[in-house]
Design a binder for this molecule. Structure first.
Ligand SMILES: C[S@@+](CC[C@H](N)C(=O)[O-])C[C@H]1O[C@@H](n2cnc3c(N)ncnc32)[C@H](O)[C@@H]1O
Length: 299
């Protein structure tokens, strides 16, 4: 059976709003200060998913970086190719395994991965990047260590939000009891503490090891730009809506299915109510906070 991350773990709807927010143009300097981007360089994004990072880096550098996105999920790669074609972005995308990359050795100046290291066998993952990097090239391993969607005063203004909590608990309790390894997917099986990742980077040959963190905090009430406010609201709800919808794609008992149907509908209503309140200028001070760890090493 095909490697189906989008169908079994999280799809485009679940990944894109948060990534569009985290790699938003207003956060560009945070990434460009911490990662050694250079015009003309070649960059490989491993486990690129629907490709938000590849497209954003392309825009940040006006297409002056040769970007390749790689993922084992064909559905994501098809989506990336179509999106790049639609927006006339010259980005290459390939279906390939992170632990058996199709690229020859010494091909790239930088390899990046965003929220992938948790799910891929660490030593082969790092070793493959060492092989495809040019001497002096950089590996950047990025992953989210904290995501908090704080409701602020939402409950006072959007009463349906209270009903979502027990439904989410019912579904998460059921889903967390199910096996996570299926069809080659190793969900969160390889997450390690930072010192252990750093030790393994050294073991795989990397030097000049660095540890960084990017902390992001966004509230729709802190922006006058409607597109950005909608993106923050989307990011607040998207993981849970995606979780409810992906539950419906699985063979689950009827009470779980009913809970997922109700939850998806309620969350959509809450999201619309939040947008309406933003448009009226009502401040709720809800926010999304993300801590992204960045580990780097040099070949
Ligand atoms: C949490 S998603 C992150 C996607 C993307 N980096 C982003 O932040 O939107 C993890 C990604 O890793 C990919 N992946 C997992 N195991 C992989 C493997 N062995 N080889 C290539 N890609 C893999 C999945 O298909 C998925 O797209």
């Amino acid at each position: 059976m095909a490697f189906d991350w989008a169908g079994t773990i999280s799809g485009i709807e679940g990944l894109e709003p948060t990534r569009e927010l985290w790699f938003h143009p207003c956060n560009k300097a945070l990434y460009t200060r911490k990662l050694p981007f250079k015009p003309g360089m070649s960059l490989l994004d491993i486990g690129c998913g629907p490709g938000a990072f590849t497209r954003r880096v392309y825009e940040w550098f006006d297409g002056n970086i040769n970007i390749t996105g790689a993922d084992l999920d064909e559905f994501f790669i098809d989506y990336c190719r179509e999106t790049a074609q639609k927006h006339l972005l010259d980005i290459r995308y390939e279906v390939t395994d992170a632990v058996g990359l199709m690229f020859p050795e010494n091909s790239f100046d930088m390899t990046v991965s965003y929220t992938v290291a948790d799910h891929v066998d660490t030593v082969p993952f790092f070793s493959e990047q060492f092989r495809v990097l040019r001497p002096g090239g950089t590996i950047a391993v990025m992953y989210v260590d904290g995501f908090r969607a704080s409701p602020g005063n939402m409950i006072d203004y959007i009463p349906q939000i209270e009903e979502t909590a027990p439904l989410m608990k019912t579904i998460y309790t059921h889903m967390s009891a199910q096996p996570k390894m299926q069809d080659g997917i190793q969900y969160r099986k390889h997450r390690k503490p930072e010192p252990e990742y750093l030790r393994l980077l050294a073991e795989c040959g990397f030097t000049d090891l660095r540890f960084d963190c990017i902390k992001l905090h966004h509230s729709p009430d802190c922006t006058a730009d409607e597109k950005t406010a909608r993106l923050i609201i989307d990011a607040w709800f998207s993981n849970d809506i995606d979780m409810a919808r992906s539950t419906l794609r699985k063979p689950v008992p009827v009470p779980i299915r009913d809970a997922a149907v109700r939850l998806a509908a309620l969350l959509e209503q809450c999201k619309q109510a939040r947008v309406d309140l933003w448009e009226k200028g009502v401040k709720l001070w809800d926010s999304v906070e993300t801590d992204t760890i960045i580990l780097q090493g040099r070949k």
